[in-house]
Design a protein around this ligand. Structure first.
Ligand code: LMR
Length: 398
């Protein structure tokens, strides 16, 4: 016979409230469940070719085959991951070796893992440290930073209706930041607007960040999809040339088509505190995932260490870049109100639409995008661009 009601162990979870679904990832399911033919997915940032597919790069297939044939063990590598991968990424991102740019690197599960590690490091160095974030930004940015304990300060970076980078406003805001504050900078192909600073503006950003003693955290997730691998690294390199300290969150998910393999790295230059920063990063990595997933990084390393595979990968990435540029041109030519898209870079742009108009695009025309009008241009193809433009005209004019 039971005499007393057992104590409720679920009291542990009493303080939890249900969280809203992720604004980017929830679009994947909503789109899949839409039965309409002719629906258009401009949601999650995944590259697609003109046939709407996201194929594995041929260079990646070859590297994976080689990995399968030659890998002798899957024993642990350690919390840093694959040193060969880190050293191979450095010349692509920085144009130099890691030692030449005075940085250490740690392989991470995607760029998201790198951002989280960077945030943990900053918060460990100075609990509750401020991070300055231009808005709109990749939606998860502010959540990652807040979850790690940082104090997120925002400033307006892009005006979606005037379709312009708010550079002066950005510089004014950063002029209020204080020494030791972190500033998040999108290295290239600004997610969500595609509106990147010019070379001269990057120079001014680098000077201001250095003069004010700010710590740049550069998120480089789309290298090669803007103007090409080298030009896309120019902003990052200008900032690194000017600043004593820096953190770089690097993602291979888009540039190597590795998405679900979660392949990225955090690179850090911490001035006098380099060794303390390095060992703290290793501690956070150990506590979070112990060892990063190997497969994607090992395959990317094989590509980068092999001249022929590397050339093939570069050519494939260039094909992706050109396709995105051609979609931009097609939109700019088709509709004057989309002309700014032709000047922007990478996978994303923000349409000059209100949230209601975005809702109508989805409801009436089956065109899916983020609520702020962010579109992934790779979802557009020569065959669906006319339908997209018709939908845009109908909704923008209502
Ligand atoms: C995006 O912005 O859509 C991508 O980077 C995917 C993601 O994780 O949000």
């Amino acid at each position: 016979m039971t005499t007393a009601v057992a104590a409720r162990s679920d009291a542990l979870f009493e303080g939890l409230t249900p969280q809203p679904p992720d604004v980017v990832l929830s679009l994947i399911r909503a789109f899949a469940e839409d039965p309409r033919e002719g629906k258009i997915d401009l949601g999650v940032g995944v590259y697609r070719d003109a046939a709407g597919r996201t194929p594995v790069f041929a260079a990646m297939k070859a590297a994976e085959a080689r990995l399968l044939a030659t890998q002798e063990t899957k024993s642990y590598l350690g919390p840093e991951g694959d040193f060969g991968f880190l050293e191979a990424i450095a010349p692509i991102a920085f144009g130099q070796s890691l030692s030449a740019v005075c940085m250490f690197g740690v392989q991470t599960p995607g760029g998201t893992g790198a951002l989280r590690l960077a945030a943990e490091l900053a918060n460990a160095g100075r609990p509750g440290a401020r991070i300055w974030l231009g808005t709109p930004s990749w939606p998860i940015h502010s959540q990652i930073f807040a979850e790690a304990g940082l104090t997120v300060r925002t400033f307006e970076q892009y005006d979606a209706f005037e379709q312009r980078l708010m550079f002066e406003e950005m510089m004014t805001a950063l002029g209020r930041a204080e020494a030791g504050d972190v500033v998040l900078l999108h290295g290239c192909c600004h997610n969500p607007s595609g509106a990147d600073p010019s070379a001269e503006q990057w120079r001014q950003i680098a000077t201001l960040v250095a003069e004010r003693g700010l710590v740049p955290l550069i998120d480089l997730a789309y290298q090669g999809l803007g103007d090409g691998l080298e030009p896309d690294a120019a902003g990052l390199r200008a900032v690194l040339a000017a600043c004593e300290t820096a953190m770089v969150a690097y993602s291979c998910d888009k540039s190597f088509g590795l998405y679900r393999e979660r392949t990225g790295a955090l690179f850090v230059r911490a001035g006098r505190h380099q060794e303390a920063a390095r060992t703290n990063v290793l501690k956070f990595a150990r506590c979070a995932w112990s060892m990063p997933p190997d497969h994607g990084a090992a395959a990317a390393r094989i590509i980068l260490e092999d001249e022929a595979l590397s050339a093939e990968w570069r050519a494939e990435l260039e094909t992706c870049r050109r396709r995105l540029a051609s979609v931009r041109q097609a939109l700019a030519e088709a509709e004057p109100r989309l002309a700014a898209i032709g000047e922007q870079k990478g996978m994303f742009s923000i349409l000059p639409l209100t949230p209601d108009q975005v809702g109508r695009m989805r409801q009436d025309f089956g065109v899916y995008m983020l609520g702020n009008g962010r579109i992934n241009l790779a979802g557009l193809t020569p065959s669906n661009i006319p339908a997209f433009v018709r939908a845009f005209r109908a909704c923008a004019e209502e």
